[in-house]
Design a protein around this ligand. Structure first.
Ligand SMILES: [Zn+2]
Length: 172
């Protein structure tokens, strides 16, 4: 994989809509991919980035909820359970520039995943961190925030979506 060539995909790129495949090869190539994903996430001032957003069809995401290097996290083959509570909050997405919508998510959940070496890891979190987990894992299933917004918001973002669709058609 030529990680230098990877870049951010925008809606309506169909690669954002695939159900990504499990990571099964934990070889050294992963280091280059993960490093590049953190770079792209930071370049775009994001707090999370899932592999499908850069065209990589694998179940992994990187995140950093604080901006401090010590809080860099990478999760492979993640799953969520033990969900509790509901809360709505505004979210944006690096693959949907110019769009911010209210999204209803579980307040608290447990993340079960593998680390970069395939070792099992788990964590429990609530609030902002749990929201990032849910947003990024949605990407691994081809789901985006525009699938979750209220109908009233669909009208408000329609124009931006049309313009992203036109940009995508121009690049084809
Ligand atoms: Zn996103």
């Amino acid at each position: 994989m030529d990680v230098a060539a990877l870049g951010m995909l925008h809606y309506p790129d169909p690669r954002l809509r695939r159900v990504a495949k499990p990571v099964e090869d934990f070889g050294p190539w992963l280091d280059a991919l993960i490093t590049r994903m953190f770079e792209i996430m930071r370049d775009h001032k994001g707090v999370g980035l899932a592999a499908p957003q850069v065209g990589v069809d694998l179940r992994l995401f990187v995140m950093n909820a604080t901006g401090e290097a010590v809080d860099d996290r990478v999760y492979l083959n993640p799953k969520l359970d033990q969900r509790s509570g509901w809360a709505e909050a505004e979210e944006g997405c690096l693959s949907l520039p110019g769009i911010n919508v209210q999204v209803r998510r579980s307040v608290k959940c447990r993340l079960v995943a593998q680390d970069r070496n395939g070792k099992p890891i788990e964590a429990i979190s609530s609030g902002f961190v749990s929201r990032i987990w849910q947003h990024e894992i949605d990407h691994l299933d081809g789901v985006m925030i525009i699938d979750k917004m209220a109908p009233s918001e669909a009208i408000a973002v329609r124009k931006v979506l049309r313009s992203l669709e036109a940009d995508f058609d121009d690049r084809k």
